[in-house]
Design a protein around this ligand. Structure first.
Ligand code: G6P
Length: 584
């Protein structure tokens, strides 16, 4: 996604900006650029492709930088940020929804545009309003903008960077050597000692010192964020990719993410709300949405509480009914996903209490929620979520356990860290399946109950990093249409962990086998692995079937990883995807 950095101080800006952008590059982008203000004025360098390609030769101690994930216009050097208009250079993260109207207005005034982006229009508005006071000009420009933005702006004749924020994340910070701006803590260097999250509608001026302003331009205190950077290090010995390293961290992530939700202690306020929750709505995107589906299964089975899971992007626009006593869980690794933020705000407006289940504690979602429930997976750099999914499940299953207790019912406590260790070892054999998957035209993942939720996530993982068309399907639904697509070249992954449903899933296996498909089985049930119909299997340790997605996810992730390698792809940086999607 688009990321912003900025620096003004006593050191050369270009290397600091490049380093900051490199720290964020794992999140996905397609072009990059920096603008540095030096003795000779403003110097800009932009390019399609990686940050490495930017030279650090621009001289000057004030600058802004950007990585762009294309939304309006192709990923070209011209469309890359910073955008310059007369004395103004600007980087933008977000989407300007009224860009078309504003651009028409600028064109009518005879102004020329160099890019196809929505962002360039902001540079024009600031340049038009600029009469020596950059903060006033940025504020005037922002008053015309609809949509979302995090901005860092500099003027050729000024000695400051002005930042503004609405809906898109932006931090500002300071250290002995100067002031910093960044989309995330990871891009702030160790020399930055204090950092503040800009609130919606706020501005900051970075100069000799750092000053924060409210929407009325009155100076205000900032909300300090914890500078936790320790997890963002390099790739340790023995791992070729962050994705594989992060999978190795699953057992620890799950053990650390179990929550003690009870009457006393850290989560007692949340426990109170849980006691009165009559209805649970969950909003989430991508992998987090699949974790929510797993919760729905377990919570409805063990607690008999109605749960409704909706992808956040759909929830926010369908005028959802939020009955009295609704608890809304917003699940997000990054806590910055624009759709999830908007859906949580919508639920809150309609009277729900909102709990944010996030892996990034200083995130926008955490700040906007009534309660924060942390997953403690540690930093996740690979775009495809692995350990954060299992950590979300550990936290969500802790909620199931607490809810069952409140309802006077029984739900087993969740603890599968040891089993996850075994699953990691046993999943390695999926490397042998990879060449056949890489050669397939399409792949199907089938299961029933909780295994169906796991199938959806297995399919998403494969799509994300191998680029193979694939589908997760309820095993019983196959015969209602999808069976027509199965032939001898279609690998099918069947997931079966429920004794009650195993035979039904195996019926579907027989159906696809009869059409020539090769079937790969992921199961916790030893009696299934000797069936003649299957090509190969991963046998996982026994576990409570409702919690099994936390284990079956591991061979599914591993299969996706090895298939991506067999396809010649970089599993950490899949094309077109971003780690946290901060635009709608
Ligand atoms: C992006 C990522 C996915 C992730 C989804 C939700 O699409 O590529 O891996 O599952 O966003 O992200 P979140 O940070 O809200 O969990």
């Amino acid at each position: 996604m688009c990321e912003i950095v900025g620096y003004i101080g006593t050191r050369e800006a270009a290397p600091i900006l490049k380093k900051g952008l490199k720290e964020l590059e794992y999140r996905g982008y397609d072009s990059a650029g920096i603008a540095v203000l030096g003795r000779g004025g403003l110097a800009v360098e932009k390019r399609a492709g990686r940050v490495e390609g930017l030279s650090a030769a621009l001289r000057g101690r004030c600058g802004i930088g950007h990585t762009r994930w294309a939304t309006h216009g192709a990923p070209t050097a011209q469309n890359a940020h910073p955008h310059v208009c007369r004395k103004i250079a600007l980087v933008h993260n977000g989407i300007i929804e009224n860009a078309h109207t504003l651009k028409e207005e600028c064109l009518a005034r005879g102004e020329k545009f160099l890019s196809e982006t929505d962002s360039e229009v902001v540079a024009h508005l600031v340049a038009r309003a600029y009469r020596g006071d950059l903060l006033a000009a940025v504020r005037e420009a922002c008053s015309r903008l609809e949509g979302s933005y995090a901005l860092a702006v500099l003027a050729e004749d000024g000695k400051q960077i002005v930042c503004a924020r609405k809906k898109s994340p932006l931090l500002v910070g300071k250290g002995e050597d100067g002031c910093y701006a960044a989309s995330d803590v990871a891009a702030l260097p160790p020399k930055c000692e204090k950092a503040y999250a800009l609130a919606d509608g706020d501005f900051a001026v970075l100069g000799k010192d750092l000053a924060l302003f409210g929407a009325d331009l009155c100076e205000k205190e900032g909300e300090e964020v914890v500078l936790e950077r320790k997890e963002e290090g390099g790739l340790p010995f023995g791992f070729r990719h962050f994705m594989r390293k992060e999978m190795a961290e699953i057992p620890r992530a799950m053990a650390n993410s179990r929550l003690e939700i009870k009457e006393t202690g850290d989560f007692s306020r949340f426990y109170e709300v849980l006691c009165h929750a009559e209805y649970i709505q969950i909003v989430a995107c991508g992998t987090a949405y699949h974790a929510a589906l797993c919760f729905e299964h377990a919570a409805e089975k063990f607690c008999r509480v109605p749960v409704e899971v909706t992808t956040a992007g759909e929830y926010r626009y369908r005028d959802p009914i939020v009955p009295k006593g609704t608890l809304c869980l917003a699940v997000s690794q990054s806590g910055e996903t624009a759709d999830t933020l908007a859906a949580a705000a919508c639920a809150r407006e309609k009277g729900a209490k909102v709990a944010a289940l996030v892996n990034v504690l200083h995130s926008s979602l955490a700040r906007a929620a009534d309660f924060v429930l942390p997953t403690r997976a540690g930093g996740e750099r690979a775009v495809a979520a692995t350990k954060s999914f299992c950590a979300q499940l550990a936290a969500l299953y802790s909620i199931v356990h607490a809810l069952a207790g409140i309802a006077g019912r029984e739900a087993p406590p969740f603890s599968l860290a040891k089993e996850a260790e075994t699953a990691l070892v046993r999943s390695e054999k999926t490397a042998r399946w990879a060449s056949r998957f890489a050669a397939a035209r399409s792949v199907y993942f089938i299961g029933r109950g909780a295994d169906y939720c796991a199938a959806l996530e297995g399919s998403l993982k494969l799509k994300e990093i191998s680029y193979l068309p694939s589908e997760g399907y309820a095993a019983g639904e196959l015969k209602h249409g999808t069976l027509a697509l199965i032939d001898g070249r279609t690998p099918v992954v069947a997931i079966a962990t429920s004794r009650a449903l195993a035979e039904k899933t195996m019926n579907a296996v027989s159906e696809v086998r009869a059409r020539g498909a090769r079937v790969y089985l992921i199961t916790t049930l030893p009696e299934l692995v000797s069936r003649g119909e299957i090509e190969d299997f991963v046998l996982l340790p026994p576990c409570e079937e409702e919690y099994s997605p936390a284990l079956t996810a591991i061979p599914l992730q591993m299969l996706a990883y090895h298939t991506a390698l067999a396809c010649g792809n970089d599993p950490d940086k899949p094309r077109n995807l971003a780690k946290s999607v901060t635009v709608e």
